[in-house]
Write a protein that binds this ligand. Structure first.
Ligand SMILES: Cc1ncc(COP(=O)(O)O)c(C=O)c1O
Length: 405
């Protein structure tokens, strides 16, 4: 048995089978490239599901890790540490927010945001202002609160009953938003660009209407930027490209450069309803992870870097549109910055499974959408390679499909 087979067998024997893992073992990475134990090389257009924004083995992250490794790793939230305070300041200065609560993941950040919205409702002197609103195509996480605001039935149904007083409107439908948000609503959560739901950007009118409705009904507008935030769409935060400001924003995935950290960013009005003991976390905001996250944030939050993401995003979009004209398997493409979805005529999972044979890693977003989230540091040449390999995958499957049909 090879080392690779041995590792795959151990996984199959000892891990819960809640993921369908690809049949190779990754060993190291450099930039946008990943290498497996058999020496094969893959262009990583998945970025660890939007985490590795700076790719693999990036010098900024390595230096931050080396520098912080000799300092404190963990102290708990009972004590002050500099990295914690400095990262909170840098996050607030990057956007609308006045204060931050750290978490260890995206789900946990959303869970906190939902609790803050419920507290907001109580702070208005009302016990009936508990309604939470989300939209079709949403994905906000897997805990009991976050999954209750996630629309996909297969993620929800096996675990019901979930938290109550949750309501869904139709994404990008203004009438539906009007029908579902009312005086009982304490919070409205939405991804400015839906990730798992199929890489669907919100329309500017939709986000503006949500802002108006939240103001009208004194509800909190929560932007989940866990997947679309931190440069992914070409602005530091996706909502900055829309000119609509939330009351709360949740972030996670790319923030720690691969280390687990999330954050809930809030306006002072929200912060003033939260008091000592209202929320907590043992690990969150530890000095080591905050130091690394600060290095990542400050590297990405630079006008030249973000302008490059926009240019490279335009370049990738042109390549993908060209691909759609060449392959009958693609219906259309949609996205923003370096976050793209290919709406396919065949199950996207078939494309995801075939891609590694062509040295490419891609994701899916729902049944029919192939999701591309390359590291933000991808070069123009590497975008050419990505498009070439994707075409090779589509050609392989196109031929297969015409034979079987
Ligand atoms: C938009 C969005 N929100 C929340 C989450 C959950 O984040 P995590 O997996 O870090 O808990 C995800 C993860 O895919 C996401 O894409």
């Amino acid at each position: 048995m090879t080392i690779t087979e041995n590792i795959i067998n151990l996984e199959k024997q000892y891990l819960l089978q809640t993921y369908k893992r690809a049949e190779f073992v990754l060993e190291r990475g450099e930039g946008v490239w990943l290498y497996d134990t058999e020496g094969r090389k893959y262009l990583d257009a998945a970025s660890g599901i939007a985490v590795n924004a700076l790719g693999h083995h990036h010098e900024v992250i390595i230096e931050a890790i080396k520098k912080s490794a000799t300092g404190l790793l963990h102290t708990s939230n009972l004590y002050h540490t500099a990295p914690h305070a400095l990262l909170a300041r840098d996050l607030c200065e990057s956007c609308f927010a006045d204060r931050v609560f750290f978490s260890n993941s995206g789900t946990e950040a959303n869970e906190g945001a939902l609790k803050f919205a419920r507290k907001w409702g109580r702070a208005q002197g009302r016990t009936d202002k508990t309604g939470l609103v989300a939209f079709s195509g949403s994905f906000h996480g897997r805990t009991m609160g976050a999954v209750a605001l996630t629309s996909t039935p297969k993620y929800r149904t096996p675990f019901e009953p979930l938290i109550g007083d949750t309501h869904f409107g139709e994404f990008n439908n203004l009438n539906s938003a009007n029908a579902v948000i009312n005086e009982h609503t304490c919070g409205v959560i939405v991804e400015p660009v839906q990730g798992e739901g199929g890489i669907t950007p919100a329309t500017p009118e939709f986000l503006a209407e949500l802002r108006r409705l939240c103001d009208q009904h004194n509800a909190l507008l929560i932007f989940d930027e866990i997947q679309c935030g931190m440069g992914r769409t070409g602005t530091l935060w996706a909502h900055q490209g829309y000119g609509v400001t939330p009351d709360i924003m949740t972030v996670a995935k790319p923030l720690g450069g691969g280390l687990p950290i999330g954050a809930i960013l809030v306006k002072e009005a929200v912060a003033s309803t939260l008091h000592v003991g209202d929320h907590g976390s043992t690990f969150a905001g530890g000095p080591f992870v905050c130091s690394v996250a600060r290095a990542v944030l400050n590297y990405i939050n630079c006008p030249e870097f973000l302008a490059e993401v926009q240019h490279k995003g335009d370049y990738l979009a042109a390549k993908l549109n060209d691909l759609a004209t060449k392959s009958s398997l693609i219906d259309r493409v949609r996205g923003k910055g370096l976050m793209w979805g290919l709406v396919c005529h065949i199950p996207a999972a078939e494309i995801m499974a075939a891609a590694p044979r062509h040295g490419l890693l891609v994701l899916v977003a729902g049944e029919k959408v192939v999701r591309l989230l390359p590291p933000l540091i991808i070069s123009y040449e590497e975008i050419d390679i990505l498009a070439e390999r994707l075409l090779a995958v589509l050609e392989e499957l196109g031929i297969t499909n015409s034979i079987t049909n």
